[in-house]
Design a binder for this molecule. Sequence first.
Ligand SMILES: O=C(O)C[C@H](O)C(=O)O
Ligand code: SF4
Length: 515
Amino acid sequence: MNLEKLKESMYQLVVETSTNLPKDVRRAIQKAKHRENEGTRAAMSLATITNNIQMADENVSPICQDTGLPTFKVKTPVGVNQLEIKEAIYEAIVKATKDGKLRPNSVDSLTGENSGDNLGAGTPVIKFEQWEKDYVDVRLILKGGGCENKNIQYSLPCELEGLGRAGRDLDGIRKCIMHSVYQAQGQGCSAGFIGVGIGGDRSSGYDLAKAQLFRSNDDVNPNESLRQLEEYVMEHANELGIGTMGFGGETTLLGCKVGVMNRIPASFFVSVAYNCWAFRRLGVSVNPESGDIQEWFYQDGDLITFKEENEAEKETAAASESNVVTLQAPITEEQIRELKVGDVVRINGMMYTGRDAIHKYLSDNDAPIDLNGQIIYHCGPVMLKDEEGTWHVKAAGPTTSIREEPYQGDIMKRFGIRAVIGKGGMGPKTLAALKDHGGVYLNAIGGAAQYYADCIKSVEGVDLMQFGIPEAMWHLKVEGFTAVVTMDSHGNSLHEEVDKSSLEKLAKFKDRVFN
Ligand SMILES: O=C(O)C[C@H](O)C(=O)O
Ligand code: SF4
């Protein structure tokens, strides 16, 4: 095998997967977009999403800043050296990280140290298999952490909120899948794609679920029972009304693929792998002698660039500018008290990133800067430093906020923070603190990392770099950073409302459907 060529091919696969959403995924997103009613939050969010997809294409930059745990599935003809392929993949990963196409995402679980190049114990994941065909098949998925955290595994029989008993049969499986979509709410950056694995044990069940994510979104399940199940879920999951980013809306699910394997008598698992709309998975066939790419998978049909509809939407957005509230830090309590759930805000000036490590740190240390009246952005960006030592933002969308629930309220009060921006919403503890202290939660569109990077005009500084690039506190100067108030200082939470109404809707699917 020509190793140099193979390294190039693997690099191309990594860059394309991170920056260029596959055609089947684009089709699903476009369909969802056309279903939403103009002027709704869901339509606005989907417009941001399609804008972001176009920007990632044009900038050849990550669609989402979380480039996940790179997972490769490789099939090789007998006689091909798998160690060489592994080496080529490692090199491609290191180079793509250096070039800002992947975020350094490999973190020592005990020390918290970021390896900086995406290599480390267990990362990336590469799974080999031999086959009879004469070419090498390499598939890659970049599945981010927010949606990974929404995976769920059911052990049947069980009791499910809203749905009652799920037994050991097709109907019990149906209930589990419906519940899995409900429990994800908007936190995995809905609308999502799910892969479901029936049977196996706890680990092979999840593997089977994840393997479904490698199916084309447009295929038809050859197993008639599973085909019916997939169709049922696609039709009814959208009736839950969770919608894009959990803002409510017509589309909650973009794809559902179910696989089945045998189990042992005592176990009956239904495993669900949830993938965000930023469904980054591609594949190539590689010539085993030359190392060249012969064909790209998931790329049948026309390419939807979203260019024209994005242009048209920009004009409509400009026309409705009057409903937007502009915020600039430092923000006063009075300004915050005026904001209500549903308001759209546009931020100019400074914001500071802070996610998991920072929230833990601030819970028992002083802040490195004065945060009084300031805005915290739950974000772990992709950053590159140029030769002069200046930092540049390559991708910077929000991260899932709920992980900071144990800390957020206390930290806001202690440091006088007035606004936090993130995605997926927060819980009752934060809501109470927002009311008490005079704070607001702003929801940005998850996965729209290019769209937000474009709003960041300069990086003014950085603190706590010991936590690594995604976890450091970046001082960002922004212009026109748009987000929606989803939790206000009057005790209102859109997330609480959608959770409640979607649970009521879930309960409508209680009755038996499959015998
Ligand atoms: O780690 C991130 O930047 C985001 C993460 O994928 C998330 O969805 O919370
Ligand atoms: S931020 Fe959202 S789009 Fe990005 S990886 Fe996480 S779940 Fe996916």
